[in-house]
Design a protein around this ligand. Structure first.
Ligand code: HEC
Length: 155
């Protein structure tokens, strides 16, 4: 019996070591010149701070990968959030969005931070300083509303 447990444990360890060679591609896509939210919209420094600290790891092409991003299986979990996050909103490609899409995303930004669903709660387990207090939420929401007001209404 003891021998079986030992064999199973060794197999598990070997499996885990082998799995370390199966990693997602973590190279950041290039940031398109002129298309970032900073270049294509107005982003004051206080808003910039919130975006950089709490959103850009999943919603831009400037992701900073944490140490555990080198460990399988955590890296797959991360890759999934980053892919999905970028697909939803990518602040590095903001300028490529239509006015309609920008307006919709700006509404969503305010909504998601106010209801606490963004930044993703699982992100905050490790990035404890990325949580937003009431003031920071207000800074982001006020900005989103002001940006939306600048978008010409489609006839
Ligand atoms: C750990 C990665 C991660 C972080 C950090 C993060 N997001 Fe997200 N975000 C996602 C994922 C994944 C989705 C898509 C799934 C979902 O909506 O829950 C998403 C969806 C969204 C959407 C939804 C868009 C729509 O049209 O429904 C908005 C808006 C958004 N995020 C804004 C933000 C803002 C603002 C921040 C920073 C305050 C932020 N996110 C931080 C991963 C992240």
């Amino acid at each position: 019996m003891k021998k079986i447990i030992k064999i199973v444990l060794i197999a598990l360890v070997i499996g885990l070591i082998a799995a370390q060679f199966i990693r997602p591609n973590f190279s950041n896509p290039p940031v398109a010149a002129g298309q970032t939210v900073e270049e294509s919209a107005g982003v004051p420094p206080d808003v910039q701070m919130v975006l950089s600290r709490s959103c850009n790891d999943c919603h831009s092409n400037k992701t900073i990968y944490p140490w555990y991003s080198r460990i399988t299986p955590f890296n797959w979990f991360l890759a999934d959030h980053i892919d999905e996050g970028r697909r939803e909103v990518n602040f590095s490609e903001w300028g490529t969005y239509s006015n309609k899409k920008k307006a919709h995303k700006l509404d969503e930004i305010c909504e998601k931070v106010e209801d606490g669903s963004m930044p993703l709660p699982s992100y905050l387990w490790i990035h404890r300083d990325a949580g937003l207090n009431a003031d920071q939420k207000k800074v982001l929401c006020d900005w989103a509303k002001a940006e939306k007001a600048k978008i010409p209404v489609e006839p």
